[in-house]
Design a binder for this molecule. Structure first.
Ligand code: AHR
Length: 529
């Protein structure tokens, strides 16, 4: 469970952007888009989600059961499915998290009334009915049109158990494992596109020394097979095995796993290295998700921007062993981790989600996009009702958080090609903390359309962004802007639209665009050429 301390969040440079001294006090910010110098593709998997058996993340948030009065399809909430479909979730990591290393998949298959009830010892000692298991998860990802990222139990399970699980999910219907699956209603093998080989093995996953982990990792990578033809190593869409990697700034796992990777042979391989890093403001998290002022706002933004340093640090080690960037860095847990909402079970990690959190999401997504050549998958923690969630539910009620809207607005960036920008970002100063006033990225989508995403971090000053383009004449800029009355504004069940996107357009002149950004806002616009 990492914890990027504030110490990590030191001086921030805007990667791939040139930060130039800026006339203090001026509202104007200059952005130059190098439209003729396309970079790496921003893999849609950067917009992945994480759903753990934790609090109301699954039970109540995704799964209500077939007999629930809450509208559902085979037990999965209709409203949540519709909201997630709308943000084109590319992959869902499941069942944990720390939960994964104590999960025994057999508890969650077969007739619902015969499933073993267990205790979720990691998260509040809650009862785990196991009514949401493998078949329900696969049904859920199918309903939202996403890919499965399954984390196997390397901490307290066995290679045999994990191997049997993959056989249950992927073996042909005529095999014994396939027959068992068919008896549970699913003759067709499932698709497991991504496989996590343990979770945080340096901590809740077994507190393993890096070398002990890599010995185990090799056995799991060898024997936990995917039996679908197209997902075998030589298939069209081979399953990607993602190894446990660093805990925030600690490079021990990065070194060990990547060095071990150079020794892979025909018998085993890995296709991803995980990184976990949360924005916490210190450990244990004590900052409120709703009751905060400018100082805490700036402090968390600064810590968030430290994600860039983390990626630079771990990428440099990966480059040493893998200069061709064959192994992606997979940031499969990140987000804001704050004090639990008052009156809730602290083990359920329930927190509100403010405009500040949306800004933090946008800044992280921008960092990932700038490193798209190495960072090809990430999973925000977590999808529903836990930590920096997209969606909050309360029985039959559901709301979309400010962070959800960032994911919606950033849809054009899924699989788009990164376009470098030079940004004269200016400075937003809060006490002793200096931050860039503005952050932004650009990309061309698969249809060739050019998009800008620009965030005004300053909670008080509007930003006039003067955008110039190398190699094209801009005729228009239209899109959406997300802002709210305060940085701590939230959407609630009573007032679900306090922070919601509104239309924005820029003014075209002399081939460039001027965009007026409200304070504390995120805008995504398409450039008309
Ligand atoms: O996301 C909550 C927890 O944070 C996960 O279970 C664990 O992997 C991490 O420490």
């Amino acid at each position: 469970m990492l914890r990027t301390g504030l110490g990590m969040a030191l001086a921030i440079g805007l990667m791939a952007s040139t930060s130039v001294a800026h006339a203090s006090g001026s509202d104007a910010v200059a952005m130059k888009v190098e439209a003729g110098k396309p970079g790496a593709v921003i893999d849609r998997n950067i917009f992945g989600q994480f759903a753990e058996h934790l609090g109301f993340g699954i039970y109540g948030g995704v799964w209500v059961g077939k007999d629930s009065p809450i509208p559902n399809v085979r037990g999965v909430r209709k409203d949540v499915v519709a909201a997630l479909k709308a943000i084109k979730v590319p992959n869902v990591r499941w069942p944990g998290g720390c939960f994964a290393d104590e999960y025994h998949w057999r508890d969650g298959v077969g007739p619902a009334d015969a499933r073993r009830a267990t205790v979720n010892a990691n998260w509040g000692g809650a009862g785990e009915p196991n009514t949401f298991g493998t078949d329900e998860f696969m049904d859920f990802v199918g309903q939202i049109g996403s890919e499965a990222y399954v984390s196997v139990n390397l901490g307290s399970g066995t290679v045999e158990e994990a191997s049997d699980w993959l056989a249950y999910m992927t073996a042909p219907a005529e095999s014994a494992a396939g027959k068992e699956r068919a008896a549970n209603g699913h003759p067709e093998p499932y698709k497991v596109r991504y496989l996590g080989l343990g979770n945080e093995s340096w901590s809740c996953g077994g507190a393993m020394r890096p070398a002990y982990y890599t010995d185990l990792m090799k056995r799991y990578a060898r024997f936990v097979r995917n039996y679908r033809q197209e997902q075998m190593e030589t298939g069209a869409q081979p399953m990607q095995r993602i190894a446990v990697g660093p805990n925030g700034p600690d490079t021990a796992y990065t070194e060990q796993v990547m060095k071990t990777w150079t020794e892979h042979d025909w018998s085993w391989n890995i296709e991803g290295l995980s990184l976990h890093s949360y924005t916490t403001g210190g450990w244990p998290p004590s900052l409120s998700s709703t009751d905060f002022g400018k100082a805490d706002y700036a402090r968390l933004i600064k810590e968030t921007l430290g994600m860039n340093d983390l990626i630079v640090t771990h990428s440099a080690i990966m480059d040493k062993y893998d200069p061709e960037k064959r192994v992606p860095l997979v940031v499969d847990e990140w987000g804001v981790w704050l004090q639990p909402a008052p009156g809730t079970n602290p083990g359920f990690l329930i927190q509100q989600n403010s405009l500040r959190d949306a800004i933090i999401a946008a800044l992280n997504l921008n960092i990932f996009a700038r490193h798209a050549d190495r960072v090809r998958m990430t999973n925000i923690a977590q999808m529903v009702n836990v930590l920096q969630a997209m969606i909050l539910t309360d029985k039959e009620k559901m709301l979309l958080t400010p962070t959800y809207y960032v994911y919606k607005m950033y849809l054009p960036f899924q699989d788009a090609r990164f376009v470098p920008v030079n940004l004269d970002a200016g400075t937003y100063r809060e006490g002793a903390i200096d931050l860039p006033r503005v952050d932004g990225i650009a990309a061309r989508d698969k249809d060739g359309r050019l998009w800008l995403a620009v965030t005004n971090l300053d909670p008080e000053r509007k930003g006039t962004i003067s955008v110039t383009f190398d190699g094209l004449v801009a005729k228009s800029a239209r899109g959406e802007v997300l802002t709210g009355p305060q940085v701590n504004s939230v959407n609630s069940f009573d007032k679900p639209d306090v922070v919601a996107p509104k239309p924005i357009s820029g003014k075209a002149s002399k081939g460039g665009i001027t965009l007026e950004l409200p304070p504390k806002s995120i805008a995504v616009v398409q450039i008309g050429e």
